[in-house]
Write a protein that binds this ligand. Structure first.
Ligand code: CUA
Length: 369
């Protein structure tokens, strides 16, 4: 019985509808083209194929070299494949036996040696670029210490003596030596237009050099992102890099080096009273001895920043008010797991502030330019 069934199914091979496969290929090709096109349009702030500094350009150069070699191989292989498919396709009444190439020493040596040579050719510039971009810069270098936190970046300028958060300011055309670590879990610092990514690991120091060609236009910093999954707000752990000309950087650094001015009257002074009660448990402020705990972003010149909350939210009144009401409404965090005494902070809690207190804090923070 079973044999009979198989007999019935097997029968002579049916010719497929000749329009079928080619239509499917057309649909697939169109979908593929649309998918690829979707990657190309518009503003791509984290596009490593659009380097804005010599190190990123070296990496991009390697990629271009590899890509174009791969394109040539792809075209050759596909051409050979298509030629074979059409040249040796099955024709009606054709019952040739396929010639077996198994054990063909010449072919096998060829397809071993060609890839080996290609890999060797690619290895030379790859290894030399790897060593180049890892080299510690010398001479006129700006030192910045970076600490990754769940979920924000701390930047310390040891020579200038100040701290900032999430927004990194650097001079154009001058190597910036980032010495990085983490306060909690492994993060990864990545500004694709300036260099590759490098992990920030607790208990270790890692290093990364940034060099930017030109000052960034007003309001258009270079974007970066934590590139190692680090918990709830990993996606909101961003970086913005502002590149200045040498004079502009000097001005910015001089302003950041100033202590915060503690207001003595008006709404901002009320805000300072709230700040001392609530915020100083974690946030440091230069120039205020009440605010010397460094567990959360340094707020000395908070008003000069364009974003906050891991460079994820525009630093305007609306966002700041929403944040002060309940930060977790904006950014997923876990403040219920904070242990301030142990120095573990997983986000800012809602302190149940009333709108008068929020107004005061907004006035205070925006005044700290
Ligand atoms: Cu920090 Cu992902």
């Amino acid at each position: 019985m079973a044999g009979d069934e198989r007999e019935a199914v097997a029968g002579p091979r049916r010719r497929r509808n000749p329009g079928g496969p080619s239509l499917r290929i057309l649909v697939l090709a169109t979908a593929g083209a649309l998918l690829v096109a979707a990657c190309g349009g518009g503003d791509l702030p984290q596009n490593s194929l659009d380097p804005e500094g010599p190190i990123a350009r070296d990496i991009d150069g390697l990629w271009q070299l590899t890509f174009w070699i791969a394109v040539v191989i792809f075209v050759l292989v596909q051409a050979a494949l298509l030629w074979s498919i059409f040249r040796y396709r099955e024709r009606p009444g054709d019952d040739r036996k396929v010639r077996q190439a198994h054990g063909n020493t010449r072919l096998e040596v060829m397809w071993t040696i060609i890839p080996a040579v290609l890999l060797a050719v690619l290895a030379v510039p790859t290894v030399s670029t790897l060593f180049d971009i890892r080299e510690e810069p010398e001479g006129d270098v700006l030192e910045v210490e970076v600490v990754g936190h769940q979920w924000w970046w701390e930047f310390h300028y040891p020579e200038q003596g100040f701290y900032t958060a999430n927004e990194l300011h650097i001079p154009e055309d001058r190597p910036v030596n980032l010495t990085m670590t983490s306060a909690d879990v492994i993060h990864s610092f990545w500004v694709p237009k300036l260099n590759g990514k490098r992990d920030a690991v607790p208990g270790r120091l890692s290093r990364l050099t940034l060099i930017a060609d030109d000052p960034t236009p007003e309001g258009e910093p270079i974007f970066g992102q934590c590139a190692e999954f680090c918990g709830l707000a990993h996606a909101d752990m961003r970086v913005k890099v502002f590149v200045h000309d040498e004079a502009g950087f000097g001005e910015w650094a001089a302003a950041q080096s100033q202590p915060a001015v503690i207001p003595t009257d008006g709404l901002a002074a009320e805000g300072w009273e709230t700040f001392k009660l609530v915020c100083t448990a974690c946030h440091p402020v230069a120039g205020a001895e009440e605010a010397n705990v460094r567990l959360a972003p340094d707020l000395t010149h908070y008003g000069s920043r364009t974003t906050f909350g891991g460079a994820s939210f525009r630093n305007d009144t609306e966002h700041l008010r929403a944040w002060l009401r309940n930060p977790s409404d904006l950014k997923p965090m876990a403040p219920e797991r904070n242990d301030v005494a142990a120095g573990r902070i997983l986000g800012m809690p809602s302190f149940g502030l009333d709108s008068r207190q929020i107004d005061g804090l907004v006035a205070l923070l925006q005044g700290w330019e």
